[in-house]
Design a protein around this ligand. Sequence first.
Ligand code: PGA
Length: 250
Amino acid sequence: MRRKIVAGNWKMNTLPAEGLELARAIVAKRRETGPSVELIVCPPFTHLSEVVKATRGEGVAVGAQNCAAEEKGAYTGEVSAAMLAALGVEYVILGHSERREYYGETSDTLNRKLAMAYANRLVPIYCVGEKLEERESGRHFDVVGAQLREVVYNLSPEQFSSLIVAYEPVWAIGTGKTATSEQAQEMHAYIRRTLAEKFGAAAEHTPILYGGSCKPSNAQELFAKPDVDGGLIGGAALEADSFIGIGKSF
Ligand code: PGA
């Protein structure tokens, strides 16, 4: 049995007080999902400290949305993995398509960020996914394969054993256009096969989350697929009811 995970990527939304309220509302409803489903919330940096306190011991883990590629020093505006770990943060989203697209993150950047995360005992949620034109030209497997080989293949078997992968087709993020459950399963199976080529049977245990307009109304069909182990949720993670509703969809 693989882990079942629903992670909320709040992106650049909510003010600190609103984020704290959202975290508390999720904690209040947490039991509705049952204990076998793991919940992770990923608020903006400014809310992490308060959200860690509000969720501690409540069965809701906290992740950051990014971390620096360097350890420390003269990197104005950056937040290091060590700083996040010191707050009690356990996860970090790395390689989100918005970071790749708007902030120029490459496989090289991401190799360094993953190394920093592991050095500080943060578990990376590593995002992969193709753009619309890449899917339409039939290159989606090649694109996702390269995102895995250029980064995940550099991990040690021990590092790989804790990794979480998220498949997020860029054309489905924030567009209301979800991948069909067949498209998701096809890609998730490809991701698992690609991981198995390098890491063997350990890939059977890797949680692979789907992201892109996932909501309570489509989560059940997606999560029913054998290689879809949960979701990385954007818009629908900003309300406790819909986030928990997705958590109840296994
Ligand atoms: P969405 O975002 O659920 O709003 O499409 C998902 C994500 O970008 O992680």
